[in-house]
Design a protein around this ligand. Structure first.
Ligand SMILES: CSC[C@H]1O[C@@H](n2cnc3c(O)ncnc32)[C@H](O)[C@@H]1O
Ligand code: ZN
Length: 433
């Protein structure tokens, strides 16, 4: 991998995404993985200069909810209801997945994320040693979670794997890997094992990543079982008291549910493309934000979202809320970009390290090439990036000061090998299903 210790990016338009900062033209100095200077002009000696003229530098996008190994199942069973899609298609295919399949599925996702400007992601899956190895090898940053489904007794094997992940991989890859505990969802986690996970997470200060209130069917199922909403169910088990929690979806929340989330540490990953495609509904994110709840953006797995392009999610998030409110002034471009950067970083609990371009933060950033017909002229950079850019406009992706893509060439992985391995394995996984 490219290991330049000290380099300057010169002459780019800079979007720091720090609240109140205006876009400006300038240079960035990167040293030993950190941003060490941002100024109108930097003339210090460096190993290497990156020409930023005609490009926008901004924080790398942060995908707050993913199942990276699922990219092998992209496009295999579209146009189904979530529970049919999951029970009849995804779970049988996933049951065939080997460790190596999950490694290559995650590498395929990493290639797609790096190529579309995502530098960090939160992941919930199984065989997490393979996922973590792919994160180390690809150079990305990730918050990893072993998904826990407690529908049958396994003698504690799943919990052992969840704790092994935390023990073995926290801080790996020069600190690029963090870990969480991942009870999958209210409908797959009965009260007793779920309470044990919640209490363990609190006592060991481990963040929790969980799906919540994604569909009407989920709400009905939990009402039938426990006479509660899914949020009340989690609240009464103590999830929001003293835990940092990353909630995926939060589509079907009542006003009272949102009140229960007020003051929580963590917040909600909004996954608008998956919600649209599976017709789950419109998450009440305007109300959540008004109530002070942190809302970031994720894709969910490529098995449902079909791509991991965060630019598509940024557009979908803004446009869905505008349509829902009947008001084009809600969720403006700058706010949507903030959700995909610093707000998502807060959900992963790494906002002190990434999410904005600031001196002292890790050098996780992207350069977007504006020399394209659909990115001219430049009136408002926030609008242009949120509404006109796509992942394919990202020219350079840098994580921890390592250049993972430059001039659209992937540098940290072999695209040819990844493509061939993924295609071969994907075919086997879905044969006959
Ligand atoms: C136990 S690992 C994670 C588990 O989650 C499944 N999954 C993927 N997308 C969704 C979704 O939108 N809602 C609920 N569960 C989902 C994935 O297939 C894995 O089995
Ligand atoms: Zn999910």
């Amino acid at each position: 991998m490219n290991r330049r210790k000290r380099f300057v990016i010169k002459g780019c338009q800079i979007l720091t995404m720090v609240q109140g900062d205006k876009p400006f033209v300038g240079d960035l100095l990167i040293e030993d993985g950190y941003i060490t200077r941002i100024a109108a002009s930097i003339d210090e000696q460096a190993d290497h200069v990156i020409d930023g003229i005609g490009k926008v530098a901004m924080p790398g996008l942060i995908n707050a909810h993913n199942h990276a190994g699922m990219s092998l199942l992209r496009g295999f069973s579209d146009d189904l209801k979530l529970m049919d899609w999951l029970d009849k298609k995804m779970l049988p295919a996933e049951a065939r997945m080997t460790k190596e399949d999950i490694y290559w599925g995650t590498m395929l996702s990493a290639a797609e994320m790096i190529a579309s400007g995502t530098t960090a992601f939160a992941d919930m899956y199984v065989q997490m040693d393979a996922v973590a190895q792919a994160v180390v090898d690809s150079g990305m940053r990730a918050a990893l979670t072993r998904g826990l489904v407690f529908l049958e007794d396994d003698g504690g094997q799943r919990m052992k794997e969840a704790l092994d992940l935390i023990e073995s991989w926290t801080g790996a890859g020069d600190g690029r890997i963090t870990t969480m505990l991942g009870p999958h969802a209210p409908y797959t986690c009965p009260p007793q094992p779920l309470k044990e996970v919640i209490d363990l997470a609190r006592s060991r200060k481990i963040p929790i990543h969980i799906h919540l209130a994604e569909t009407v069917e989920e709400v009905e199922k939990i009402r039938e079982r426990y006479q509660k909403t899914p949020t009340e169910y989690l609240h009464e088990l103590g999830l929001f008291a003293g835990n940092h929690v990353l909630l995926a979806h939060g589509v079907h929340l009542t006003h009272a549910d949102i009140k229960l989330l007020c003051g929580m540490s963590g917040g909600v990953s909004h996954n608008p493309v998956s919600n649209l495609k599976l017709a789950c509904g419109v998450a009440p994110i305007r109300e959540m934000i008004e109530q002070g709840i942190t809302v970031g953006i994720g894709t969910d797995g490529a098995g449902s979202a079909t791509t991991l392009d965060m630019f598509a999610e940024i557009k979908a998030a803004a446009w869905m809320q505008k349509l829902d409110a009947g008001d084009p002034t809600v969720l403006p471009a700058e706010q949507a970009l903030r959700m995909a950067t610093i707000e998502s970083a807060k959900l992963l609990r790494i906002d002190s390290e990434i999410g904005t371009l600031e001196v002292g933060k890790r050098a996780d950033l992207i350069l977007i090439d504006l020399n394209k017909p659909h990115l001219q002229p430049v009136h408002d950079l926030y609008s242009l990036i949120a509404y006109s850019a796509t992942g394919a406009d990202v020219d350079t992706t840098i994580v921890n000061g390592q250049i993972l893509m430059q001039g659209r060439q992937l540098l940290s992985l072999s695209w040819e090998e990844t493509r061939l391995e993924a295609a071969k394995r994907a075919k086997r996984l879905v044969a006959g299903l």
